[in-house]
Design a protein around this ligand. Sequence first.
Ligand SMILES: NC(=O)c1ccc[n+]([C@@H]2O[C@H](COP(=O)([O-])OP(=O)(O)OC[C@H]3O[C@@H](n4cnc5c(N)ncnc54)[C@H](OP(=O)(O)O)[C@@H]3O)[C@@H](O)[C@H]2O)c1
Length: 238
Amino acid sequence: MSLQGKTILITGASAGIGRATAVQLAQQGAQIIALGRRQNALDALAVQFPAGQVRTMAGDLNDETFVQRIDALAPELDVFVNNAGVLRYAPILELTPEDCQWMFQTNVLASLRVTQGIARGMVGNKRGHIVFMSSIAAREVYRLASVYCATKHALSALARSLRLELQSHGIKVTEVAPGMVDTDIRTGSDHPDVIASVGTRKFKALTADEVAQAVVYALSAAPNCCPDLIELRPQGAA
Ligand SMILES: NC(=O)c1ccc[n+]([C@@H]2O[C@H](COP(=O)([O-])OP(=O)(O)OC[C@H]3O[C@@H](n4cnc5c(N)ncnc54)[C@H](OP(=O)(O)O)[C@@H]3O)[C@@H](O)[C@H]2O)c1
């Protein structure tokens, strides 16, 4: 299926996987609505493409006023890439209530809130495709990543539930579940145990571009073909 002219909203498009996905989808001719909190990073993305092809909207997904602005775009969307997320690695006994609240609020509750608004618009249109950026951490658990894993398990449950309820409305739901990807998501995780653990990894992380290719693949599938789950691991990380 061609992505030419499709209107695609991507959260977390100011960095990492979301940014790489926005670039690849725009290169396929899609019209992109790129979201993130950092307007300057969104501007740096948009300027790479012809004027108007990549629109930007800066705001916090935990801000209801901002989310209502996203709701208003729902009727014009063909695709929603539900990608924004946060991570703090730390031993489970050292995570603060604020750490836990932050991860659940952004990765689960804000993701659900935004998805509900967009999915209502897609139901009205009787078509659409929603991609959830979950993680291998949605199926496995890791030392030092307890709450992050819990949020991704929850996100995966929401994706699978949404698929069950929306398939009769002509809406596809795909879960892309990467292993470790080389982005800035670990910047705030400076606990010595985390640094030591990351230092012993014997594989090379995936790149954001490699994950973006999986999103392009899912969105390019034939109308009757629903890529439900795409798991991606770095070579040697099984
Ligand atoms: N990197 C990995 O190893 C890995 C593996 C599996 C899955 N994932 C998942 O992939 C997704 C993208 O992660 P990444 O690695 O690309 O991380 P990243 O480089 O840190 O990018 C995260 C993006 O989310 C946005 N964001 C975070 N909190 C936000 C909020 N409250 N409101 C609006 N936007 C917010 C950030 O935008 P601003 O900073 O501009 O707000 C940024 O664009 C996440 O869901 C992550 O869990 C990552």
